[in-house]
Design a protein around this ligand. Sequence first.
Ligand SMILES: [Zn+2]
Length: 409
Amino acid sequence: MKKDISKKPLNLANVDFLHRQHKLLINPEYQRGSVWSLSQRQWLIDSFFHKIDVPKVYFRSISKNNYDYEVVDGQQRIRAVIDFIGNGFKLAAESDPVDGNPIANRTYNELHSDLQMEFNNCNFDVVIMNEAYTDDDIEEMFLRLQNGTPLNAAEKRRAMHGQMRKVVETLGHHKIFSLCSFSDKRYAYEDAAAKVLHLTIKGGWADIRPETIKETYEANEYITETDPNVIKVAKAFNFISDAFKSHHSPKLKKYAIVTLTQLTINLLENYDLQQHKDKFAKAYLAFELKRRKNEELPEKKQNGELAAFTDAARSDSVPNMKYRHDLLIQEIIKDIPEMVLKDRQRGFSEEQRRAIYWQNAGKCQICKEPCTDSDFHADHIKPHSKGGETKISNGQVLCPGCNREKYNN
Ligand SMILES: [Zn+2]
């Protein structure tokens, strides 16, 4: 079949008629934008009464069950008309009379029959695509159609098929976003959730340009909410929102959601972080306070690492994300010295080693000689073999000589 497109007016009574006959599939799959509020619906109906032009709607011919058409764009407008004819809502109190007849605060039923018939005879301009149009064709068309406003990456991903979109939508509704300093305008929460899930699927560091995230959507068409990576993200979101429950909101920016979630996934995997929610929240808030104070200092007096963190927050390049992660994880674990590394076969982790070095100001705790930060031994004060835990509070700096001596005795 060849693609074919036609246009015709469809009066509002027939819109309602098609709906009641189950000939018109109003498919939520194609939902673009959010569900309309009452006032948006009222103003659409008012526009018909006052002969104000309304945008076209788009149908595609289908033969599915009993349906003849599906609505691929204009769901909200179609629903508003059907609801209004069904007396589902009243016109707004501000609506002006039509030819001297009042319409404000009235349902369809309460209007003069002349006005009802006039309404019935108003038209939608309908663009009808035949069955040769594929989902991809339709997606492509809407990307081009968006009334001059280019879609942002999150909005484009919403028009994609496959499960990833749904999983991201669910994550985008997580309560962690109540801790954010930004609004959900134009699906900003889904954008953050998509970035975090993309990075988790990539196993840590990957670029998060829209093209790359799009590839992840395509490669994970069949992902579900029970996928291990989705669970990791959800657990980290839960942990973070619980941790801050009894604190001031951290007012997270988008980059901070990305960084904090990656870091939390990492810590939950490797440490008994679940036991230290409160300290985690405090450590983060303390870091943010320190970082903001640092920003207010004259440039010469600023701490270089903290200033570099602020710089690294300006973009999400891989080196920037990595810098933020590494500095922040270091700051956080330093403040949770009781946090135990899960893998008891291992020595201290790299982050713990650095925190121990910092804790002992780089000096051997036996001979008090300074050590270089690559040369020292991160020692278990209570030896590992005697049940000493791999946590910073059980760690100390030893020089290679004192370390040998301790274990020879
Ligand atoms: Zn020593």
